[in-house]
Design a protein around this ligand. Structure first.
Ligand code: ZN
Length: 83
């Protein structure tokens, strides 16, 4: 009977491992819910751009859309970023 005890312990430990809930993945919903949108500004310009705009070849400074508007940047007429 003595050999049974480690066996039971092993089963208990296995049970404990399986009882642990799976690691919670960051839900993709959270990302879509954030309204914070990133736009890009340049060192010299007073307009903000989307990441792919050709005007960003010289400088590309990420900034949140909210901040860009707060600082007086206006949307670029070429790449048409979100307003
Ligand atoms: Zn642009």
């Amino acid at each position: 009977m003595r050999r049974l005890i480690p066996l039971i312990l092993a089963f208990l430990m296995l049970g404990a491992v399986f009882a642990i809930p799976p690691v919670q993945q960051p839900s993709p919903q959270q990302q879509t819910q954030t309204k914070e949108q990133t736009v890009y500004i340049t060192k010299t310009g007073k307009k903000y751009h989307t990441a792919t705009c050709r005007y960003l070849s010289k400088s590309k400074i990420p900034i949140s859309l909210k901040d860009a508007k707060a600082k007086g940047f206006t949307p670029c007429s070429v790449c048409k970023p979100p307003q």
